[in-house]
Design a protein around this ligand. Sequence first.
Ligand SMILES: [Zn+2]
Ligand SMILES: [Zn+2]
Length: 370
Amino acid sequence: MPTGAVLKINRRPYLVTPESGIRNTQTVRERNCSVARTVAILSDAWTFLVIREAFFGARRFESFRSALRLPRATLTERLKRLTYQGIFRQVSRSPGSSRLEYRLTQAGLELYPSFMAMMQFGDRWLSGRKGPPLRLVHGLCGCECHPLLACSSCLEPVTARRVNYRNGPGAGYSAFQPQRRSRRSSDSSQYSRGRPSSVSRMLEIIGDRWSFLIIREAFLGARRFERLQNELRIASNILTDRLGHLVSTGIFERHKYQDQPDRYEYRLTEIGMDLYGALIVMMAWGDRWLSRGGPPIILTHRDCGKDFNPTVICDRCRKPIAAHDMSYRMNYHPRDFGAPDISDRAAAIGSKAKPALPRVKDGPKTKEKC
Ligand SMILES: [Zn+2]
Ligand SMILES: [Zn+2]
């Protein structure tokens, strides 16, 4: 029986653990963590793609389907699950119509900064010669912008090395929640379905939920195999596999810390350190929408000395980024990917429709102050 597998015995879930064989999942505990809760939703490639298309203005079943070419049953299941999770809500297409469409709820809309943080990472490290697939224009200032991770107290940029952690009211461990493996898309190449996207590229190299959690532990100071294994209750073959993958993609470097026998530890590279923004923005979303009993971790910005919420701001006007304020310039032709044109779609996202932003065309049209 492989470690990490979940068995059902007398209808109760049991986990096959690396150290002690089969254990009741109620006695296996994992760290309370808002990153894990958020990643549990987003690390399913198809779920992630459906949310991304919603940010690009898709609302109807057929719009999602034509952009992503997912099997009908898969798309139906993902939309149903996202509605159950409170990320979408179903509304009538028009008054009196029985036909329904899917709109992002407030919780769904607030995932936008997480997508922006992942996109910035992909733009910085994974764009290649063609450059980022999308350029962003911020409606509040009219400038092309590169969203920044900032401290909510001083609005200055935040990096991993300038943050202290302490336990919050929700800290601790709780019972292991088995993942529903069979119905998830674990093939990370699925992330690149549809249009080119820096967010997809980032998720593709990270791969899966375990990789996110390994990176999280690295930010919390874990470098060695045994500590990672203890914190995550992860099977050693899975941990070996994920560490190998994260080294090959340049997120970690191996450093020898002992001879005879040779032992190595895993340190985040510059690229790995740059995942910090995406991770803490996802954490902030999980704190707000998924944590019972308050946030598990509280962050203090060492530059200003205050506790803060990770906030994604426009690098030009320093105002927080929201989905309905953004428009896009595409660096690809949407028809090449069967994806709809989105450059006039941004304003369609919010549940309260705002007047459409002027359609942005290529060329140096930004205002002088930019
Ligand atoms: Zn600050
Ligand atoms: Zn701006």
